[in-house]
Design a protein around this ligand. Structure first.
Ligand code: DX5
Ligand code: ZN
Length: 218
């Protein structure tokens, strides 16, 4: 299991220090929640902030774009140092083209689905995705309640990936993830867990990472 802590729950006044602390704690990925106030009601940081913090760590930058028409900004996020760029299927008209373009720019391509979006939207783009992000809350805010419909969705996605010969595609779960649901999420087939409030609320980070890893191994 890979843990990708969401900086949405970190202290935005000291992101550079937090990135360094995460790296020292043994974390490998970090999750950036980019929100535009249109696709979701909230706004956060964008490509300029991410770019400014790229040199603060060697962490793998997992960038979750909750923005309309993400195809307008792919080169900006590439320049900002995104390594995994995740777009929402609901936010782009030409999903296959946008995923292919992300890969052409040298990034891993991820596709995110809101809780109510069916898996069939992935049917003709599985070849183009390195990761599928299943939202386990409706996006926009940290600290929301986990939706238990996610377990069945993960299992159905795993089976779809296997049928398509795409089992190497990562499955990420984002929203309301904590130590209590992590074991079942991993058992259902999740590879990458995003955690905001449950991770950042209880430092030190090395112990928190260890707690998630132990939970995932249960
Ligand atoms: C929600 C974001 C999540 C969020 C997770 O819109 O995509 O990444 O930060 O936070 P928690 O773990 O607190 O639900
Ligand atoms: Zn996210």
């Amino acid at each position: 299991m890979i843990l990708s802590p969401s900086l949405l729950s970190a202290d935005c006044g000291r992101l550079a220090e937090t990135l360094a602390e995460l790296q020292d704690a043994g974390v490998e990925w970090v999750h950036w929640d980019v929100m535009d106030g249109h696709f979701v009601p909230n706004m956060t940081f964008g490509q300029h902030v991410i770019k400014g913090l790229r040199n603060a760590s060697d962490l793998f930058f997992d960038v979750h774009l909750m923005i309309e028409e993400p195809e307008r900004y792919l080169t900006d996020f590439q320049a900002a140092g995104a390594q995994m760029l995740v777009i929402h299927a609901e936010a782009t008209r030409h999903l296959q083209r946008t995923l292919a373009e992300i890969r052409r720019l040298g990034m891993k391509a991820g596709v995110a689905l809101n809780p109510a979006t069916p898996l069939c939207v992935l049917d003709y783009v599985l070849e183009d995705a390195d990761m599928v992000l299943l939202m386990s809350v409706n996006p926009g805010f940290g600290g929301q309640k986990f939706l238990s419909s996610t377990y069945a969705k993960i299992r159905a996605l795993r089976s779809k990936l296997a049928d398509a010969g795409r089992s190497s595609c990562l499955v990420q779960v984002d929203g309301g993830v904590d130590l209590a649901n992590a074991p079942r999420l991993v058992e259902a087939g999740a590879d990458v867990l995003v955690s905001g409030s449950a991770f950042f609320s209880q430092p030190p980070y090395a112990q928190r990472l260890q707690a998630f890893q132990s939970a995932a191994a249960q």
